[in-house]
Design a protein. Structure first.
Lengths: 221, 613
């Protein structure tokens, strides 16, 4: 045998390094499967009793408010709801003035700003003799296709009158057909804000009010 | 067979079929619900019927008042001095039970919904465990103290103290009955007053309504049939799968033998020896300790058919269950269904062998294949699980395989065969397969109870009353009426069946599915030889016991009584453990959601997490 071969064999003789892995234990208890089965059943029972107890006593931890360290963080949706952030953009609503009419003046800013083109407005003049005639218009039709909407919030930003808002805190409901997703003016007015109410905190200065910043009918040039 | 006996048989059939079908539907639901509870989900519990407030109030008050009336009114009539102690004792025990239980319910309700008024606050101020322990102490004190009262007291009471109540004894029992009634009525009223006027109450029955909703949904679903399916066999298969489970239940005794007194005909001065309709109300007041009816009484067994080949009949009929699965697989014209049917057939045929052989040991010990005798032997000696532990394990394994449940559900393993032999079925035909499977599951649990858990027997409850016996010494004795024992036994059988079903479901949610060749290997190379070994061992032990000295017989008697005592104590302990566990109110752990919140908390401040705003 040459010297080189000897070297090669000597290197291998150093022995196998690493961790020895125990052979699987194959005694009667393991093979019969009965202890393992009892242990597993005990574990499932433990879960069952603990969960049943917590639920019956109303001690179940809130998966959102109590951030669980590991474990199951399922939210059982219809019964439990993840609280949405305060500035969550939900379904739209049309805010109203003190007399209940929509604040919207049908300026078409929102429908122009809308990237999804889901807002359709048909403006109309107030009838002859109305205080507001000549100053502003009103939406005869105000339609939002909630299925088309991408909930970007541009319409809210574009609105000069704080007339459209997305602070309802609701996400679109599941409906049977597409036409149920088309919200008319009446539906949009009837939506409440998250905290309740249909107005906004920003005062609206009606023509004729002393606080009205713009031109009035009696203004002398 | 007289008309009255036919009538009784019909009632028994209705009870059995009703239990099977309702429990099968419930088990479908409970199976899912239990798994949901393991994983801390709600599971199927959303089916709800909205009741108006007045109906909800009526449902709370009505049954409670009915029970109160049924309990209290008979206490005012026809009491002899011998009956006073048991009646007063039962009334007091029941009153205490109702008392602490309604207090617990109320305190839980108040804790959840807030207190209104001083009564609520007083109830909620006490630790709920105190109610339970207090109730237990009262139960025991009443049980021990009432018999200690001097017998002369009852006798004096029986004689009466004269005006204004000539029968004072009647007054004593009547008043105790009325006390119970008042407790029940007032707690029902108080609970009903918690429902606000004008509100609606969602009736969920802990989610059990979901099984009803499922059944309604299945009935209205479209019934599809593959174009090339065999029309006749395709329709026949679900019926055949359903049939055996319903029929085999007929021979299982679900209660002790009832004895009716045969009235003596005035004209002939002889009893006719047949049960007439008029005699259905003549239930014997007590029976002998061995449960045999006395002379002049007519025995009515609480099983639909009292076959002396009971167990053989069960195996004969249960074997036909294979046909349903096989036909379904073949008639569906689907290769997955066919494979599922083949698997089901071979698996059930294989495990039928192990199933039959595993209980031969039990038959050798009890010396009968008559179900009633097997149950009676267990009642007189020890439950089958103590006598035949190996046989029990083998039987349990085989019966799970026979009902095709996890971990032996290869015939319908969805990862391989989509849904197995009932793949093509929809609507109520699918529902029939499902119901059949679960009816079989209910039946197998009932069979386990009958063979290994003492059937309708409870430890220390003999046909004539409670008798705690260890060896040859009687520790406690209390006679019970025949109707009460019958009620206890019937309740025990169905209750035990439900508990075993509940344990069965845990097997399903614990073990993963085996591979198909492992199933076959387990059946033929493990269970079958072990069953033969069990027979051999049983035979040797039986031979040894036959020729043993009387001392061994005494020791065996002691062992049997100790096993009964063990069962009684374990069941009692489990109930107390569960109740105290439910009453335990540990502090709810609160977790901070963000690290900044944790730092804030460490510094003694508060910072709400993002989601807590």
């Amino acid at each position: 045998m040459s010297e080189q071969n000897k070297k090669w064999t000597r290197a291998a003789v150093r022995g196998v390094t690493g961790k020895a892995i125990a052979r699987p234990n194959r005694n009667a208890a393991v093979q019969s499967f009965v202890p393992a089965w009892l242990k597993g059943t005990g574990l499932t029972m433990q879960h069952f009793f603990r969960n049943t107890k917590e639920r019956m006593l109303g001690q179940k931890r809130d998966p959102v408010l109590d951030n669980l360290d590991g474990g199951i963080t399922t939210i059982e949706y219809p019964e439990e709801k993840r609280p949405y952030p305060e500035r969550f953009r939900g379904l739209h609503r049309l805010t109203v003035r003190d007399d209940g009419s929509p604040r919207c003046v049908a300026c078409l800013c929102c429908s122009t700003a809308c990237p999804a083109q889901c807002i359709h407005i048909e403006p109309e003049e107030y009838p002859e003799g109305d205080e507001r005639r000549g100053y502003e218009r009103y939406p005869a039709k105000f339609v939002i296709d909630e299925l088309r909407c991408v909930f970007c919030g541009f319409c809210v930003q574009a609105c000069p009158c704080d007339a459209i808002r997305m602070d309802t805190g609701q996400h679109p409901t599941a409906y049977d057909s597409r036409d149920q997703f088309i919200y008319e003016k009446e539906t949009l007015i009837e939506m409440d804000a998250r905290g309740g109410g249909r107005r906004t905190a920003n005062p609206r200065h009606e023509p004729g009010d002393s606080t009205h910043p713009g031109l009035s009918r009696d203004h002398e040039h | 067979m007289s008309g009255a006996e036919v009538f009784l048989s019909l009632i028994k059939i209705v009870i059995v079929i009703g239990f099977l079908l309702s429990m099968a539907a419930m088990a479908v639901w409970a199976d899912r619900r239990q798994s949901a509870m393991l994983q801390d989900r709600v599971g199927p519990n959303r089916a709800v019927v909205n009741l108006p407030w007045w109906l909800a109030r009526a449902l709370m008050i009505g049954p409670a008042w009915l029970v109160a009336g049924l309990v209290s009114v008979p206490m005012w009539f026809g009491v002899t001095s011998a009956e006073v102690l048991p009646k007063v004792s039962a009334g007091v025990q029941f009153g205490i039970l109702v008392g602490w239980f309604s207090l617990l319910l109320l305190s839980n309700y108040i804790r959840k919904h807030g207190s209104r008024g001083p009564v609520d606050r007083a109830i909620a101020a006490v630790d709920p465990r105190a109610y339970f322990y207090g109730g237990l102490i009262l139960h025991l004190t009443a049980l021990l103290l009432l018999p200690l009262l001097p017998k002369s007291m009852w006798q004096i009471a029986a004689k009466g103290w004269g005006w204004p109540f000539p029968e004072t004894i009647q007054l004593a029992t009547g008043l105790s009955g009325t006390f119970v009634a008042v407790v029940i009525c007032s707690s029902a009223l108080y609970a009903a007053s918690k429902i606000e006027q004008g509100s609606t109450v969602g009736l969920r029955l802990a989610g059990t309504l979901h099984s009803v909703a499922d059944a309604i949904k299945l009935i209205w679903k479209e019934d599809l049939r593959p174009r090339n399916a065999d029309k006749l066999l395709y329709g026949l298969a679900p019926l055949l799968a359903m049939f055996p489970a319903l029929v085999t239940f007929a021979v299982l005794p679900f209660g002790n033998t009832m004895c009716f007194v045969d009235t003596i005909d005035k004209a002939t001065k002889k009893a006719n020896g047949v049960l007439d309709f008029g005699e259905l109300t003549n239930l014997a007041s007590t029976v002998a300790a061995n449960g045999q009816c006395a002379k002049g009484q007519i025995a009515v067994g609480l099983q639909v058919a009292d076959l002396n080949v009971g167990l053989l009949y069960i195996f004969a009929i249960a074997g036909t269950g294979i046909i349903g699965a096989a036909l379904a697989g073949w008639a569906s014209d689907n290769k997955f269904a066919l494979l599922g049917g083949l698997r089901a057939t071979s698996q059930m045929v294989s495990y039928e062998v192990a199933l039959g052989l595993s209980i031969v040991g039990m038959l050798m010990v009890t010396g009968s294949v008559h179900m009633g005798s097997i149950v009676d032997w267990q009642g007189a000696n020890a439950w089958g699980i103590f006598v035949q532990p190996l046989g029990f394990l083998l039987f349990l394994t085989a019966v799970v395989a026979e009902t095709k449940r996890v971990p032996f559900d290869q015939p319908e393993g969805e990862s391989e065969l989509v849904a197995g032999y009932f793949l093509e079925y929809s609507g109520m035909k699918f529902g029939l397969f499902f119901m059949g499977e679960y009816a079989e599951f209910v039946f197998s649990s009932a069979l386990l109870v009958t063979l290994f858990f003492g059937g309708y027997h409870l430890p220390f409850i003999d046909p004539d009353g409670i008798r705690i016996v260890l060896g040859s010494s009687v520790i406690f004795e209390q006679s019970l009426q025949h109707w009460a024992v019958t009620l206890i036994h019937v309740g025990a059988f169905f209750g035990k069946t439900i508990v075993v079903m509940w344990l069965h479901v845990f097997i399903r949610w614990t073990l993963p599915r085996f591979r198909y060749d492992q199933v076959m290997k387990l059946g033929w190379t493990k269970l079958l030889p072990l069953a033969l070994v069990n027979i051999l061992l049983t035979g040797i032990v039986l031979l040894g016991c036959m020729d043993a000295s009387p001392r061994v017989a005494v020791a065996l008697d002691w062992a049997a009584d100790l096993s009964q005592a063990f069962v009684a104590l374990a069941a009692f302990g489990a109930v107390i453990w569960m109740i105290t566990g439910l009453l335990d109110t540990p502090k709810r752990p609160t977790y901070r959601s963000s690290s900044s919140a944790r730092y804030a908390a460490a510094a003694g401040g508060v910072k709400a997490g993002d989601m807590q705003a």
